[in-house]
Design a protein around this ligand. Structure first.
Ligand SMILES: [Zn+2]
Length: 372
């Protein structure tokens, strides 16, 4: 089955909008074009020479990576340099490259949510909902006969999505008035005559990133020449929004601290695990942050987590954990993020269904940190 890159991107960015990415990050389509047809996709954490080699050998059309390949300003694409050589190779072989990084880390149902569920956590919430997307209440006035169509447009475009519900709208009925002026072409009524029409006021919550498109789509469907609508900023974005770095959730049953280390090793398929701080008697509330999340020690402790699982732990992070009587497990940057390929796979299959192109997980995935 072949599908356009734009359709794959839509699936990923509906869950992990590009606007969520950190300012320093570089995400999105890095090589290729949106209309390109894709039959085979290689999923990877990093783009390396081995991964590019594999992509060419496997004749894939697209690589989807977590870590940005083109990150800082490139001065040259000369194939005399490693990066230029790999980019040239990808372009020569018609292989596109797409990156979802901090937007995928921070998305409510992104990588950290995937990791949390892999570890069997329940009632999963954002550990640091520090980046709430702005939400608006969008109100549209519509003749009652066209209300259902308007509700459909709201839902189809992602307006009215709250937690695990979508199509959340509210309507109230009333009478609208208007007078078509000279030069108008009214759907209802006559020029220069004041009209009274039974209308519904339909409203739904819309995140900022979807607002403009939702209004445009509503205008296309709304029967009136001039659609009457209100856009009201909301203060409760933080409550609705579960985006942000890290997750916190509960284990189904409490575990002994020692048993928990074995459990994490087993679930994440690790031969070793580093730790710092004070090992608690039992573990029930678990905080996690994929990649490098030692900065979250403070917030994890404040939220009464029994442990923080992350990667890239440094000496002074361990010291901070010990001084705060808190327990941190370092499952490695690679250890906590290698499941990004499973996460992307599940996301694409759920979004594209039968249209899903062939998905391959890179064999060249590897940890750069060795344990002897
Ligand atoms: Zn990472």
């Amino acid at each position: 089955m072949s599908v356009k890159i734009s359709e794959i991107i839509k699936v990923i960015e509906t869950i992990a909008p590009r606007a969520l990415a950190e300012d320093w990050d570089n995400v999105g389509l890095q090589i290729g074009y949106h209309q390109q047809l894709i039959k085979r996709v290689l999923l990877t954490l990093d783009v390396t020479s081995e991964v590019v080699e594999e992509a060419v050998n496997q004749k894939v059309d697209l690589i989807i990576a977590h870590h940005p390949f083109i990150f800082k300003g490139l001065k040259t694409l000369s194939a005399d340099h490693e990066k230029g050589r790999l980019i040239t190779k990808l372009i020569k072989n018609d292989i596109a490259l797409y990156v979802a990084h901090t937007n995928l880390d921070k998305a409510e149902f992104g990588l950290n949510d995937f990791l949390a569920h892999k570890l069997g956590l329940e009632t999963v919430r954002s550990l640091d909902p520090s980046d709430p997307e702005k939400f608006y209440k969008l109100v549209v006035y519509v003749p009652s006969k066209a209300t259902e169509k308007i509700v459909e447009v709201f839902g189809k475009n992602g307006a009215g999505a709250i937690g695990t519900y979508d199509y959340c709208t509210f309507r109230s009925s009333g009478v609208g008035t208007f007078r078509p002026l000279m030069g108008s072409n009214p759907f209802i009524g006559k020029v220069n005559t004041i009209e009274n029409v039974n209308e519904d006021r339909v409203e739904a919550i819309v995140p900022e990133g979807l607002l403009r498109n939702t209004i445009n789509q509503l205008k296309k469907t709304h029967p009136y020449e001039e659609m009457a609508y209100d856009v009201v900023p909301l203060e409760n974005g933080r409550i609705i929004n579960q985006n942000g770095f890290g997750k916190i959730g509960l284990l189904k049953e409490p575990m002994k601290g020692k048993d928990f280390t074995q459990y994490v090793k087993k679930v994440l398929n690790l031969s070793t695990l580093r730790g710092a701080g004070i090992l608690p008697e039992t573990v029930k509330r678990v905080a996690l942050c994929s990649g490098a999340g030692a900065d979250m020690i403070g917030i994890a402790k404040a939220k009464k987590a029994d442990v923080l699982i992350t990667g890239d732990l440094k000496h002074h992070d361990g010291q901070r954990a010990a001084e705060n009587n808190f327990w941190v497990l370092d499952a490695g940057h690679f250890g906590t993020e290698k499941c990004v390929t499973e996460c992307l796979e599940a996301m694409i299959i759920a979004g594209l269904g039968e249209k899903t192109p062939e998905l391959i997980t890179a064999r060249g995935l590897k940890d750069y940190i060795f344990l002897y």
